[in-house]
Structure formats: C-alpha cells, structure tokens
Design a protein. Structure first.
Lengths: 212, 212
C-alpha cells in the first residue's frame, strides 16, 4: 500500500484533493432534501451527508456546507423548521445530480429540473413524487461546526412513505428493492447487492447470519 | 405507498422500530475505528456513522453513541487524541461485526477477534492490517449532541494508506475495487456496483457523465 501524508495531500490541485478526500470516508446515502422558502417556493438540494443519530427518539441529521456556499436549504429550515428527505434512484439520478447547480433563491427547482412536488398528510413541504422512500422531519437543533463553518442540522422524524412490501418481518427496510442508490465522493452513484446480515453480536458467540 | 406516522412508529416493539428507522436514512460507510487506551491496549469498534465534513481542511467526523452504551472509543480519543479508520471488506466482515459485542476495557480486541494490529509511520494507534483502505486522524473537537446524548467526534486527516492503482486520474478513489462494503441499518452489509459519475453541475447544462 502507498503511504500518503497530509503534507502531500495538501500540495495537490484542489479538485484532485477534493475527489480523493471525499471518497476516502466510504459509501454514503444519497437523497434529495426538499424545503420551502419564505414565499412558499420549493427548493431541492442533493445531500450525501445524512446521518442516523438515533431511533428513540428518531433523529436524523444532515450536514450543510458553509452558508456562503449553500444558503438555501439551511435558510429555509431556519425559517420554517421543516424538511423532507427523498431517496434517489437510477430513474432520476441525472435530475438529482443537476439540483447541485447553483439555482437562484426564487427558482422552483422541481419545475426547473423536471421532478414532481407532492404535497401530502398536511406537511407544508413537498416530497419528491418520483422517490420510493420519503420521510419528513421537523427541526430540533442546528449545531454550527466551527472547524470549517459547516452546520449539523438535526431533525426529528414525523412521517415516512414507503411501499410496505420492502419492509422485512423485523422492520429492516430493503431499500435495494426500491432501487435506492449509494454515493461516493462528490459525483459517483452506485447500485448495491445484499451480502450478509448478522444477529446482534455477543461476546464469545461467533457472528450468526440473519436473512434480509 | 404506505404512510407511517411517528405515533405509529413509536408504538412498535423496540427492535422492529430500531431496524426500520436505522435503515431509513440509507446506505452508509462501514469501518473499524481503532484506538488505544491509557495502558496502550488497542481497541476496535465498528462504525457506520462516518461523515465527510470537508476536504480543505480535511475533516472527518464519527458519531459515538451515548457514553454509557459505548464508552471505549470516546474515552480513548479523549485521552490521547488519535484514531484510525479502516474500511471493512467481505474477507473479514464476520470479525468486524463481532467487534460490536461488549468486550471489557482491558481486552485487546484485535487478538480476541483475530485481526492484525499494524503499527506504522510513527502513529501510536494501530491500523487493521486486513483492511485495504486505512487512514489516521487527530482529534479536533468533540461536540456533544444534547438531543440524544451522542457525540460528534471530529478528526483532521493525518495519513492515508491505499493501493495507488485504485486512484483515478482525477483523485477519485475506486473503493469498490478494494472490495470496501456499504452498510444498512444495524446489521446489513452490501457490495456495490458503479452506476454513473457526473461532471460538476451547472445551471442550464444537462448532467454530463464522467468515467470512474
């Protein structure tokens, strides 16, 4: 294996370095985060920094880039406290990627990009109709990360929309059956193949397999 | 699609609920985090909550569960400020899963589980020799997340070890070529298939593909 020091990585051209370091931490989720602005115009933004924080209470976080680089999602959540997260599938991955272009604040990105805003269950922020795994959140807290001016936005889960046939007997959701993608780095999308599930690990008992 | 309200999800049996909510946020990275305790005994812990925070400076975060549930990694990083992160592959996924059992503070989990501690480049914390993507970090900040008593541990990248043949011309790391896995929920592991890469998105220009 080759050894790369941080000094060497710092010397690299900016995009080479960003590609390398972005890929290093591994596969990520990939979803469209939807919000509405103060005029009710819906916004879409592509996020791969989505973090399961806990299931009781059910908390999910997203990391927003510095405000200058990416102001809309953060500002909209600050103003009305609601957002939806919608898995990305192969059928609309081009459109999803395109939401990362810098559209103006008053542009309806659903219309611009050709996705469908779906309003339901009295949630004022729309879901992406083309997505087969959708969930809605209410803001709990925004934690500024001083080290690089990013923000951890924490939401509590309010509602979920999925096809119940992809839910296993033990509650596990087979999102590979809905064609949800994984991502890597800044621009790569992957399909997935189930390998193994294991029972809860205990000292002295070898790993035991579980079905999907 | 079926609608699930948070009230319904709260009524579910604990493990069913945990499986469901853990899977909802999508595919995750999966790596072994290694630390050493105050006596120099190395520890291993399986993490899927690993977050790319930025590439300039190069910052990566991990979310540690509440201290009562998972004290060793957090305590070790507090005491000496260093940790390594090591991708998980099919060849040792059973062993990796087994590290999530609750071993005592003074147990050398490498020995217990049958993985090899590799000390190199003057880093006092070992790497997992069986892993083909390894990187070492130095603590920047630990942010307590009050909403559920978890902790965001932020490290700055110090060194990386990978086979240079998996690095593309633009710095992207083809971790599928090293057999790095993705994870889902609490206990599921996936292989991945590259689907598409796209150029940086710009307003008015349709998504353009890029090679892996």
């Amino acid at each position: 294996m080759k050894y790369y020091s941080i000094e060497e990585m710092k010397s690299w051209e900016r995009f080479y370095r960003a590609n390398f370091i972005n890929s290093l931490s591994g596969f990520k989720p990939i979803s469209l985060v939807s919000t509405i602005n103060s005029d009710g115009v819906p916004n879409l933004a592509l996020f791969s920094n989505i973090i399961h924080l806990g299931s009781d209470p059910a908390l999910i976080g997203i990391v927003n880039r510095p405000r200058e680089a990416s102001p809309h999602t953060l500002g909209n959540i600050e103003s009305n406290g609601l957002f939806t997260i919608n898995h990305v599938h192969n059928s609309f991955v081009e459109a999803a990627h395109q939401t990362s272009a810098k559209y103006a604040f008053d542009v309806n990105e659903y219309d611009e990009i050709g996705l469908t805003a779906e309003y339901k269950q009295n949630f004022s922020v729309p879901y992406v109709k083309e997505s087969l795994v959708q969930y809605g959140l209410e803001l709990v807290e925004i934690i500024p990360i001083k080290a690089n001016n990013t923000f951890l936005i924490i939401g509590k889960l309010k509602q979920v929309f999925i096809d119940e046939t992809i839910v296993s007997d033990d509650g596990f959701i087979n999102i590979q059956q809905s064609g949800s993608l994984a991502s890597l780095g800044m621009d790569a999308y992957y399909e997935t193949i189930p390998l193994k599930r294991f029972k809860y690990a205990k000292v002295g008992i070898p790993a035991q397999e579980l079905s999907f």
